[in-house]
Design a protein around this ligand. Structure first.
Ligand SMILES: C[S@@+](CC[C@H](N)C(=O)[O-])C[C@H]1O[C@@H](n2cnc3c(N)ncnc32)[C@H](O)[C@@H]1O
Length: 157
């Protein structure tokens, strides 16, 4: 498997310390995705969607850990039961608001992504596809609204 980045994220977060840990903690934070110019044709009709699923490489994540103590709990959990960046395949996923598209620049909001992050894919967020009924949130149910105010630290570098 050999993926090439399709673009790069520009965000106000040049370092991991103190940045938001999810888009719900980054409401209104502006950024952009600079798409490779040769891929612009692929943006046709994307401007009709309010939100995007952005899939990217956690390029600054350190070595993978299979058991992690995540930002929102003091207890350890299996990495696949968390959104921690240090994963066997360090891939991140954020649902961000699409503000506007100018040529190969996608202006986005609610950005919880490090500046300079390589983007692997962009898909439209579609509630009819992506919002299932009867959801349970496992150990994260006790975390409540903490995700809104919690900030990252260097543990995951
Ligand atoms: C908990 S992850 C969640 C990211 C995404 N919303 C997800 O669920 O996959 C967010 C944290 O990942 C770290 N991070 C963000 N971009 C990164 C990058 N390019 N490389 C390494 N770590 C990154 C920061 O610590 C940030 O607070």
């Amino acid at each position: 498997m050999n993926f090439e980045p399709i673009g790069v994220v520009h965000s106000p977060f040049p370092q991991i310390a103190d940045m938001p840990i999810q888009p719900t903690g980054a409401q209104g934070v502006e950024g952009a995705i600079e798409l490779a110019p040769e891929l612009v044709e692929g943006l046709r009709d994307l401007d009709g969607f309010s939100h995007l699923i952005v899939i990217y490489h956690f390029h600054r994540a350190g070595a993978c850990r299979l058991t992690v103590t995540p930002f929102l709990d003091a207890r350890p959990h299996g990495v696949f039961a968390t959104r921690a960046p240090k994963r066997p395949n360090p891939i991140g996923l954020s649902i961000v608001r699409l503000r506007r598209i100018e040529k190969n620049l996608l202006h986005i909001e609610d950005v919880d992504i490090l500046d300079g992050t390589p983007v692997l894919d962009i898909k439209p967020y579609v509630p009819a596809f992506d919002r299932p009924d009867g959801v349970r949130s496992g150990w994260l149910e006790q975390a409540g609204e903490a995700v809104r105010s919690k900030r990252s630290d260097r543990r995951f570098e």
